[in-house]
Ligand binder design. Structure first.
Ligand SMILES: NC(=O)C1=CN([C@@H]2O[C@H](COP(=O)(O)OP(=O)(O)OC[C@H]3O[C@@H](n4cnc5c(N)ncnc54)[C@H](O)[C@@H]3O)[C@@H](O)[C@H]2O)C=CC1
Ligand SMILES: O=C([O-])CC(=O)C(=O)O
Length: 332
């Protein structure tokens, strides 16, 4: 029998989101997992939590009969300890600070961009062929930073947000209409922030347009709840969500590892005729793409209504101002 080489997914940052990503990949037996995180120092002891989490997930997999390897690696903030990224098919980046109540995702930019910078350099050094999925916030700006700092082609760097925002929209619509989430076709595009763009013109339930099924005022409320879906959880928990974000990342990982050619909204760098089509030069922003073994294999060109175009423009501008900030600071 020929040797089967299981794919490898590395997860940098094994906090709330990272450990849920690792856990789901193990439960679904998608790939071997390598987790990377900092040590935690107390007064009298250094804890290598990431190694403990990896062992725990490996043992969980054994308990439910799943065959995957899960390994934990302690790294330093200045970039030591990343050699085991070598051979990764995908690197998921969830390292960085989450927001606390009262903060916007943009408030995390100055702290998290330095973290992404070091990690991007290590990915380029040890896993030059990998596909990178950025999760850390503000995700569109940090995806752009990772794209520039790794120097990877645009098809191999993407941010996770649209799958999560769309899942939230579907969850709220299914609660409203008492219908299976599977029957809801919807997209939430644009930036992952207050300016996200729920694409009502193409959203439907079993083929019937949303605008026919839900009165205008009520639909506006559902859209608003979706836009502030992350903030709703932050104010309930004191930190940000991780079950739905973890599952959304794994949806993207599965599409790539299994070469599914699945169309999912992801934050990607828009280039050439696509940038021109969307009037969005030199940004990473959420748009439906076809995900397969090569990463982003196609970017769809959707026609927006005039209202959607206005929302899209604000979204592009908000990502651009974040990118300007890190350029001015000399961070990319
Ligand atoms: N794009 C999206 O839709 C979402 C993005 N996020 C973002 O993901 C990030 C992680 O969120 P959580 O997991 O909830 O936070 P967390 O605080 O639970 O985990 C973050 C982990 O990153 C590690 N870390 C920090 N600096 C590091 C470094 N230099 N090198 C390696 N590891 C480092 C920390 O030790 C910690 O374990 C946040 O920035 C959050 O805003 C969270 C949910 C959804
Ligand atoms: O809300 C946050 O800060 C984390 C996040 O991006 C989300 O859950 O949408």
């Amino acid at each position: 029998m020929g040797e089967y080489k299981r794919p490898v997914v590395s997860v940098v940052g094994a906090g709330n989101v990272g450990e849920h990503v690792a856990n789901l990949i193990a439960i679904k037996e998608i790939a071997n997992v390598r987790m990377f995180d900092l040590a935690r120092q107390t007064e009298d002891k250094v804890y290598e939590i990431v190694k403990g989490k990896a062992l725990d997930i490996k043992q969980m997999a054994a308990a439910i009969g799943c065959d995957v390897e899960v390994e934990g690696y302690t790294v330093t903030a200045d970039g030591e300890g990343y050699e085991a990224l070598a051979g990764s098919d995908i690197v998921v980046v969830t390292a960085g600070f989450p927001r606390r109540p009262g903060m916007s995702r943009d408030d995390l930019l100055s702290k998290n961009v330095g973290i992404i910078r070091t990690i991007s350099e290590r990915i380029a050094q040890f896993a030059p062929e990998a596909i990178v999925i950025v999760v850390s916030n503000p995700v569109d700006v940090l995806t752009y930073a990772a794209f520039r700092l790794t120097g990877f082609p645009a098809n191999r760097v993407m941010g996770m947000a649209g799958v999560l925002d769309t899942a939230r929209f579907k969850a709220f619509l299914s609660m409203e209409l008492k219908v299976s989430v599977k029957n809801i076709n919807a997209y939430v595009l644009g930036s992952h922030g207050d300016d996200m763009v729920p694409l009502l013109s193409v959203s439907n339930v079993g083929g019937e347009p949303l605008t026919k099924l839900i009165p205008e005022e009520r639909l506006k409320e559902i859209v608003e709840r979706t836009k502030f879906g992350g903030g709703e959880i932050v104010s309930l928990m004191g930190t940000s969500a991780y079950h739905a974000p973890g599952a959304s990342v794994v949806e993207m990982v599965e599409a790539i590892i299994n070469d599914k050619k699945e169309i999912l909204p992801c934050s990607v760098y828009l280039d050439g005729d696509v940038a021109e089509f969307y009037d969005a030069e030199d940004v990473c922003i959420g748009i439906p793409v076809k995900l397969g073994a090569h990463g982003v294999e196609e970017i769809l060109k959707l026609d927006f209504t005039p209202e959607e175009k206005d929302l899209w423009k604000s979204s592009v501008n908000s990502v651009k101002s974040g990118i300007e900030r890190i350029k001015e600071l000399g961070l990319i």
